[in-house]
Design a protein around this ligand. Structure first.
Ligand code: CA
Length: 226
């Protein structure tokens, strides 16, 4: 299967040379030269990887990242001229998987693309049995074990934990989690997801009041840490 890379970049020459290099490596590419197009392509084309320039003519790259994250599980690599640590942190908090600062070499960028894809594939391979420390989730038998002891989960709690573990270390928006587990559009006012996260924490966290496995990223979503 060909890997699809969406290049979000308003500088035509940079976008073209990136696509040229990526296609030479066997990737399928498309260019979005502004944020609106990026969000539309994320929805319609369903890329596997998004290279996202931070400074775009219409919408800020961080907002684009947030929007993409709501509806897609694509790996997002932020590309920017900014170097401040604060930008790096903000980028990762809105759900980017990696970060590259300009100027970068094409070779370095392709290495990063391959690295995020490898991380995603590792997660898919492990889907039937997900293990994280003393927590084990068996997809086939629908059983979860903590320190070798069976944990009783409802069907939705199980699906929620599976989705979180499947994307270990990655920020998942509340919209994405809800739509994946419940299979229906997310309504901002619904507390269903939060209630389930709460009960899941009661069952798998040592101290549910100070969770270390399922952490909250305020205003963004949740991340399974391990
Ligand atoms: Ca730019």
């Amino acid at each position: 299967m060909t890997t699809k890379v969406l290049v979000v970049e308003d500088e035509r020459d940079i976008a073209r040379s990136l696509c040229y290099a990526l296609e030479k490596e066997g990737f399928l590419t498309r260019i979005a030269s502004d944020g609106q197009t990026a969000i539309a392509e994320g929805r319609a084309w369903r890329p596997d990887v998004v290279l996202l320039d931070l400074i775009l003519p219409d919408i800020d790259g961080l907002s684009v990242c947030r929007s993409l994250r709501k509806e897609s599980a694509a790996a997002i690599i932020m590309v920017t001229a900014r170097t401040a640590e604060v930008d790096r942190v903000v980028g990762l908090e809105v759900g980017a998987d990696d970060y590259v600062t300009k100027p970068f070499s094409i070779r370095e960028l392709i290495a990063r693309v391959r690295a995020v894809l490898r991380r995603m594939q590792d997660l898919e391979v492990a889907e039937s049995a997900l293990v994280s420390g003393d927590l084990e989730l068996h997809g086939d038998s629908r059983k979860v074990f903590l320190q070798g002891r069976r944990v009783d989960l409802t069907l939705k709690e199980f699906e929620l934990l599976k989705t979180l573990m499947n994307h270990k270390g990655r920020v998942l928006s509340r919209e994405f989690l809800y739509e994946t587990v419940w299979g229906e559009p997310f309504a901002v006012e619904t507390r269903t997801l939060d209630v389930h996260i709460h009960s899941l924490r009661e069952k798998i966290e040592k101290n549910p009041e100070a969770p270390v496995r399922i952490v909250t990223l305020r205003g963004v979503g949740y991340r399974f840490e391990g």
